[in-house]
Design a protein around this ligand. Structure first.
Ligand SMILES: Cc1cc2nc3c(=O)[nH]c(=O)nc-3n(C[C@H](O)[C@H](O)[C@H](O)COP(=O)(O)O)c2cc1C
Length: 195
């Protein structure tokens, strides 16, 4: 990052929270307090959405036996690389119940699947609230979505869009000085048009 942008970045509690967050794939077996999980979902509930459709639906698994059986089902075959998530104390399945007007029409006219944007925003609200509560999370897109819907007995119109693994991080948080590969502001930010 060049000096010019770096100097302009303000120091805010929110930015520090965002800086602190990273994907966590190793968890302490300690269960997550239900209040914390519900608080995270509340943060997701308040997210903005196209036409205020609020397409998100959350199915929370916090029973280890249930998570194990779910994992056997959705992280098999080509999805086996996500098996680490079977050891997460909490696994949240985020479904989308699509709205005809906001999604079908939006997709047809603008080519944009708004419900996926909506789910992304809500999910990240959840993740950042978890971070503030000392919990680690990891988004999961690599799972068998159709089997997830069946396993959780979700209605036919629901689509399993993502999972979020959640729990207390194993070991000391952020003890490594690992550099995360994030693009520089110069690579992604353009004022007043691309030049
Ligand atoms: C929509 C989405 C899907 C993801 N799917 C997976 C996944 O299936 N498995 C996995 O290990 N990580 C997954 N991740 C986590 C990313 O690998 C991770 O966010 C990225 O490497 C950046 O690292 P950071 O989260 O620590 O900043 C996913 C992240 C997002 C946002």
């Amino acid at each position: 990052m060049t000096d010019s942008f770096e100097k302009m970045i303000m120091d805010t509690p929110f930015l520090n929270l965002v800086r602190q967050r990273r994907s966590i794939r190793h968890f302490d077996p300690k269960p997550v307090e239900k209040e914390k999980t519900v608080t995270c979902i509340e943060a997701a509930r308040l997210a903005p959405s196209a036409e205020n459709v609020q397409p998100w639906r959350f199915v929370v698994m916090d029973d280890p036996a249930r998570i194990a059986a779910f994992s056997d089902t959705v992280f098999s075959g080509i999805y086996r690389f996500t098996r680490w998530a079977s050891r997460a104390p909490v696994l949240i399945a985020i479904f989308a119940e699509k709205d005809w007007l906001a999604n079908r029409l939006g997709k047809e006219i603008q080519g944009t699947s708004y419900y996926l944007i909506d789910i992304g925003i809500a999910g990240e609200h959840l993740v950042l609230q978890a971070e503030e509560l000392g919990l680690g999370t990891c988004w999961i897109g690599w799972f068998h979505a159709r089997k997830a819907r069946k396993f959780l007995a979700a209605p036919k119109g629901w689509r399993a869009v993502a999972l979020i693994a959640m729990g207390y991080p194993r070991g000391k948080r952020n003890k490594t000085k690992e550099k995360r590969k994030k693009k520089m502001l110069e690579e992604i930010l353009y004022f007043n048009g691309y030049k």
